[in-house]
Design a protein around this ligand. Structure first.
Ligand SMILES: NC(=O)C1=CN([C@@H]2O[C@H](COP(=O)(O)OP(=O)(O)OC[C@H]3O[C@@H](n4cnc5c(N)ncnc54)[C@H](OP(=O)(O)O)[C@@H]3O)[C@@H](O)[C@H]2O)C=CC1
Ligand SMILES: CC(=O)N[C@@H](CCC(=O)OP(=O)(O)O)C(=O)O
Length: 335
């Protein structure tokens, strides 16, 4: 068994990961941590998530200096389910302790530190770690994930967009024009902490982050293609659905598009639906990426759906941990 600790375990992605690890045959959830000043320190994770009573009767410990010593002594892997800036401050210390770090935040996803002020609102102090980090987009970066010490697990919206678009890009079917991505996320995407704009009763389907959401540059960087990305917040709990407008090269046939997607046809967590379009209902609480598309002349509309907390966060993090450990990538993910 490999021991895993989670920092930020009381949040939505941390708790989802705790549940996956507690049910996993090869990983042992050894420690669950929150901030030193957390109102939840000392509580059981199952006090916060009573649906997991029994499974997650594990105490939330404060992340003190002593906790770092304990994590290093007990764990092989540590997962950061913390805000981007918190992850950026914690990761160097954990890496120095020799741990393999799986960061679910965006703290190490962009290649260039100078982009962090614009898109994340803080100066990134660790360009060498941005150079070292490997992108945790499980189906597309398997080899690098296996050998990396720092894995920047892919963002939720980018996971959906990149899985939908990489087959087309790799087959050379895209023109140079910008790809338009309209995305909707459920409210768990905004995390567990209270805020008026993400208060469930206040949410009414509306866009946010126009022209400056941090996932725009993340998608462009890992696709190698310009995108215009607009997220929306919807009044449902979990799931992401993206509608993507693609201009195909002159002469691209429906057969070419179908053939392009065959490169992922055997991936166990990618479900190609052809002209049957995906829905949130089809993926909520499941580890899959559903991809559908319809074509009219040179215009292609691709629709992709994932669960933001599973394929968009904890599920993909577990997939990366499985890959790093040379287990079957889907171990503990498919019922
Ligand atoms: N929610 C989602 O759908 C997705 C989230 N992510 C990313 O995962 C990360 C976590 O997101 P999410 O689960 O939604 O966030 P939450 O706000 O739900 O949880 C954050 C967690 O971090 C803890 N925390 C806060 N400050 C510290 C600190 N200084 N030291 C240790 N723990 C701390 C919080 O507990 P406390 O404050 O009590 O200490 C809590 O457990 C973010 O970077 C997010 O961008 C990625 C993909 C999807
Ligand atoms: C609905 C909502 O607010 N979603 C979040 C994205 C989810 C997330 O936590 O972002 P990462 O995948 O980059 O970690 C946002 O737009 O900031």
């Amino acid at each position: 068994m490999l021991n895993v600790s989670i920092i930020g375990a009381s949040g939505y992605s941390g708790a989802e990961l705790a549940k996956l690890l507690a049910n996993h045959p090869e990983f042992n959830l050894i420690g669950c941590y929150v901030s030193e000043q957390s109102l939840d320190k000392g509580k059981l994770l199952s006090d916060l998530y009573p649906e997991h009573t029994g499974l997650l009767n594990i105490e939330l410990a404060p992340l003190t200096e002593q906790a770092f010593v304990q994590i290093a002594a007990q764990s092989e892997y540590v997962c950061l389910c913390t805000d981007h800036k918190v992850s950026v401050s914690l990761a160097p210390k954990l890496l120095d302790l020799g741990l393999k770090v799986f960061d679910l935040s965006g703290g190490f996803r962009l290649a260039d530190a100078s982009q962090y002020q614009q898109f994340y609102g803080f100066e990134h102090p660790h360009q060498p770690l941005l150079d070292e980090a490997q992108y945790g987009l499980a189906e597309w970066n398997t080899h690098a994930i296996k050998d990396a010490q720092l894995i920047a697990v892919a963002g939720c919206y980018p996971t959906a967009a990149l899985n939908a678009l990489k087959p087309l890009k790799n087959a050379g079917l895209l023109t140079d024009s910008q790809i338009i991505i309209n995305a909707v996320s459920g409210v768990t995407g905004a995390g567990r902490k209270a805020s008026l704009t993400t208060h469930f009763c206040e949410v009414s389907l509306s866009p946010y982050g126009l022209f400056n959401h941090r996932h725009g540059p993340e998608i462009s960087q890992y696709l190698g293609h310009p995108v215009l990305f607009t997220p929306h917040l919807g009044n449902f709990s979990r799931g992401i659905l993206e509608t993507i407008y693609v201009q195909l090269k002159e002469g691209t046939t429906p057969h070419d598009v179908e053939a392009a997607y065959q490169c992922v046809a055997d991936e166990p967590l990618i479900r190609l639906k052809g002209d049957k379009l995906p829905s949130i209902k089809g993926v909520a609480n499941s580890p899959y990426v559903d991809i559908g598309w319809q074509q009219q002349d040179q215009q292609l509309i691709v629709v992709v759906a994932i669960d933001n907390l599973l394929k968009g966060a904890a599920g993909q993090a577990l997939q990366c941990m499985n890959i790093a450990s040379e287990f079957t990538p889907t171990l503990g993910l498919k019922g």
